[in-house]
Design a protein around this ligand. Structure first.
Ligand SMILES: [Zn+2]
Length: 99
């Protein structure tokens, strides 16, 4: 599980040519796609954060550094719209520079 470890430590694994942590523009793009598909942020009564997909009925568990979806397992934050949506909506994603 070298790739998974590399996500946790932030150190690039050998041969890891993908899955960079998204920059501001990439976060915005992922979140925009989540909104386009109608993804909704939900918080349960214990403070857990979830993203619900109305079209598929799926509900993914999101934290500040993880998501329960397949995309996260495969590529981490670089491919996960759920995590990006929560980061952007909560103001935790890097800000787009204002020109
Ligand atoms: Zn996800």
């Amino acid at each position: 599980m070298l790739r998974w470890n590399s996500r946790l430590t932030g150190q690039p694994a050998q041969g890891d040519d993908q899955g960079e942590y998204p920059n501001a523009r990439e976060f915005a793009g992922l979140a925009a796609r989540a909104k386009f598909h109608g993804f909704q942020i939900e918080v349960d009564d214990r403070g857990g954060t979830f993203v619900f997909e109305p079209k598929t009925g799926r509900r993914e568990r999101v934290t500040g550094f993880s998501c329960s979806c397949k995309q996260w397992i495969g590529s981490g934050a670089a491919a996960c719209q759920h995590h990006a949506l929560v980061m952007v909506e909560k103001g935790l994603a890097p800000e787009l520079a204002v020109a």
